[in-house]
Design a protein around this ligand. Sequence first.
Ligand SMILES: *Cc1c(COP(=O)(O)O)cnc(C)c1O
Length: 378
Amino acid sequence: MQAIKFSCPYFGDEEAKAASDVVKSQWVVGGAKLQELEKRFAVMSNTIAGIGVSSWTTGAFLVLKALGIGPGDEVIVPSLTFIASVNVILHAGATPVFADIDPHTWNIDPADIERKITAKTKLILPVDQIGLPCDIQGIQKIAKKHGIMVVQDAACSFASAVDGKPVGAHSDITIFSLHARKIVTTGEGGMIVVKDADLAERLKRLRHQGMSLSDFDRRDASPTHFENYPEVGYNFRLTDIQAAIGLCQLDRLNDIMQRRQRIAERYQTFFSKHPWIKLPTVPKNVKTNWQTYQIQLKDNAPISRNELMDTLFKKNIPTRRGVMASHLEKPYLSYQAKLPITEHVAATTLQLPMHPALTDEQQQYIFDIFITLPLSPL
Ligand SMILES: *Cc1c(COP(=O)(O)O)cnc(C)c1O
């Protein structure tokens, strides 16, 4: 049996050829592949435009700047998230305000969001953790009631859905990551999707130093048709080499989703009989892309989370701790946030191998090791 990988991009010869074709074409940035990728993301997320960026993080920074979020503003965010979601708020000069999570979905709790709203709250940044969409409809209701904006951190949840509509459909602004650990990847990269054409144009300018003409427009324009720079922008561009890889990934998205679904179902079936492991909860109206398979140790577990991870490691089963609690990291300790559910979940969860090429044989080996643990199910 081949060594089990925790996570791995799902590439074929198509991605290699597509990247090579762009290199051979010599048009490697700001070209047709990027435009095509942006259009496909917009269609697949029920929005009107995509803006390819160099990462989720730069995309989120660009969005916060475009929305005018800055010093004196508060942004409500879960602590239980990859720390990028929180860092970007500080980078914009605003103040993160941590909300606790639902103990079952591990996503931000709308009731706690409402408790954390103050006169300074400008934005809610909910996160779709481990690929499972948060209660975005509940959050939108609260935001509307209080006149607050919402930007959905969908770094992990491209192609997941709520009430039959894809992630993106329920928010004005949604940001996906295309990092190697995400469901579709370009190595590094991100995609903002929006429902407002003017905002889309502005974000496209801002990612390109504020330039009023895209590379595409400039190529075909008269040489004396000069661009201008109406506002200060950045360089957060996604290359056409990356975009070409991304297009191949979208072509194989159905296969990726089916494989992940099958692996997740096998895990769910096995652990549903387990006395001290709690499964991830998927609400009835939600479809998850199973980007990450995370489990939690119940209070009756005979070993600790760390002991379990070490035991699995010794048997060559790679794991990661569950999603981190950002407020317990040094830059955020001074906020003195009290988030009991977040802290409990961060201390008792772990993630198991999950990627489209994980074989039945490898997964059976993982089950066989679990069966040897104390108080095992079978
Ligand atoms: C991966 C991830 C990010 C960061 O994405 P990058 O593309 O690496 O910047 C942000 N938020 C969440 C929830 C993530 O999982």
